[in-house]
Design a protein around this ligand. Structure first.
Ligand code: LLP
Length: 416
């Protein structure tokens, strides 16, 4: 469910017409619906209301400060993977005791920053990292609150680039080795064992892999109890998928119900790290048609948004629905929707049936709230797009369009 609907053949975000936004903001432009964001967050949060829990929104999906502040105000925390994301979280006013930090490559500076700010949990992903965290915490005369991210070796049946809980993936510590690490952690003077954690992948379309991972986790927890290791938190990561095209992922309520049932009565606080399911369908990318080029083999609709603005189709071959901002009665053509970047992988859609647009008209690329702006780059020296948040009848610019000057501001030319 989202708030991007046609009214008299004109696409709206809540009560604001997309055309009005593009008129003021230009294109390409990301547009988010606040009501959709709130609704998704609330639905997810309420689905777990039976248990003590914390929703740590995974900000890698979309780390704009306005979104972080919104979720923070709703009682949410955030899952981070870098010092930069920690900085954003704090800047947006998310309390440190609602921040969890995963990632296989945390640097010494990042670990120090996290300990200094007193975040809730560091999810440890390797034996070497555990030792380093202990050392740094010792130097800072602190105890580092940690959980070990276990790799449960479960196939999440999703795109190979976004599977993370398989033996062959770089993430987490093999669940069999994890016990050994917990034993080690117990004896480290500057480590406080606070929880267990996994994250098995993204865009999962069934509950079964989550349940299989939980079963393995439960075994581990019972072994920890035998070792007299007390934990307070169980972090189940993120990963619930959304509908881009025809997919039918479980509803968050269904997902939560299955998880709660599988976990049974537990005396721990549950942590969840949803990203895509909260923001994915709450955002669109609006782009302008520059040219329509009809070819012998293929037709191309050339638009002003490229793979630097929305990388997912180029990187994963992902599907994003594309629809006109103003619906007109036109003939349909089969075409590739492509950007201005000098690469053949620069496409937003391939062999798509679309109503034939004219140059200057606008298209909406749907489901572009997650892993869209956050993966944007300056490739081909293209300034990153503006971002707008619609709230009822109003809209707020939550990120200005980058300028050429900002794009080159950090570069220096030596006196040759
Ligand atoms: N927690 C951890 C430790 C993660 O690594 C991720 C995502 C999440 C939570 C959130 O997962 P979600 O609920 O959004 O599925 N760029 C890719 C997705 C990469 C996901 C990386 N990790 C894409 O565009 O599909």
């Amino acid at each position: 469910m989202h708030h991007f609907q046609y009214k008299r053949n004109s696409l709206y975000a809540e009560a604001v017409s997309i055309q009005e936004i593009t008129h003021q903001m230009g294109t390409p432009c990301y547009i988010y619906s606040q009501a959709t964001l709130e609704r998704h967050f609330k639905t997810f949060d309420q689905a777990f209301s039976k248990l003590p829990h914390l929703i740590c929104y995974s900000q890698k999906a979309n780390s704009n400060l306005a979104l972080l502040r919104l979720f923070g105000r709703m009682g949410g925390g955030t899952d981070i993977v870098s010092g930069g994301e920690l900085y954003r979280a704090l800047k947006a006013g998310i309390p440190p005791e609602r921040i969890v930090y995963s990632g296989v490559g945390k640097t010494e500076e990042e670990i120090r920053y996290a300990l200094k700010e007193k975040i809730l949990l560091l999810n440890i992903e390797s034996p070497e990292e555990l030792k380093l965290v202990n050392e740094i915490a010792g130097r800072m005369k602190k105890k580092a609150p940690i959980s070990i991210r276990v790799n449960p070796d479960i196939d999440p049946k999703t795109h190979p680039y976004i599977s993370t809980g398989l033996k062959k993936n770089k993430f987490g510590i093999n669940i069999h080795q994890a016990l050994e690490e917990y034993r080690l952690a117990k004896n480290l003077p500057h480590i406080h064992i606070a929880g267990v954690d996994f994250h098995i992948g993204s865009q999962l379309l069934a509950t079964q892999p989550f349940l299989a991972a939980i079963q393995k986790l439960k075994k581990l927890i019972s072994q920890l109890i035998k070792m007299e290791i007390e934990i307070q938190y169980v972090d189940l990561g993120g990963g619930l998928g959304i509908t881009y095209d025809q997919e039918e992922p479980p509803h968050p309520k269904e997902y939560a119900k299955a998880i709660i049932q599988e976990l049974g009565e537990i005396p721990y606080t549950l942590i969840l790290e949803p990203g895509r399911v909260i923001v994915g369908n709450a955002g669109i990318l609006v782009t302008k048609v520059l040219y329509v080029k009809k070819g012998e083999k293929k037709n191309f609709i050339i638009v002003d948004a490229g793979m630097n603005d929305l990388l997912r189709p180029a990187l994963y071959g992902s599907y994003h629905h594309i629809q006109p901002v103003i619906r007109k009665n036109r003939t349909k053509i089969q075409a590739d929707v492509v950007g201005p970047i000098c690469e053949s992988s620069d496409f937003l859609a391939r062999d798509r049936m679309l109503s034939l647009p004219k140059s200057g008209e606008h298209l909406a690329v749907m489901s572009a709230g997650a892993y869209s702006f956050s993966m944007a780059s300056n490739y081909n020296s293209r300034p990153r797009p503006a971002e707008v948040m619609v709230e009822g009848r109003e809209f707020h610019v939550i990120r200005k369009r980058e300028t050429y000057a900002q794009m080159t501001a950090l570069e220096r030319m030596p006196e040759f």
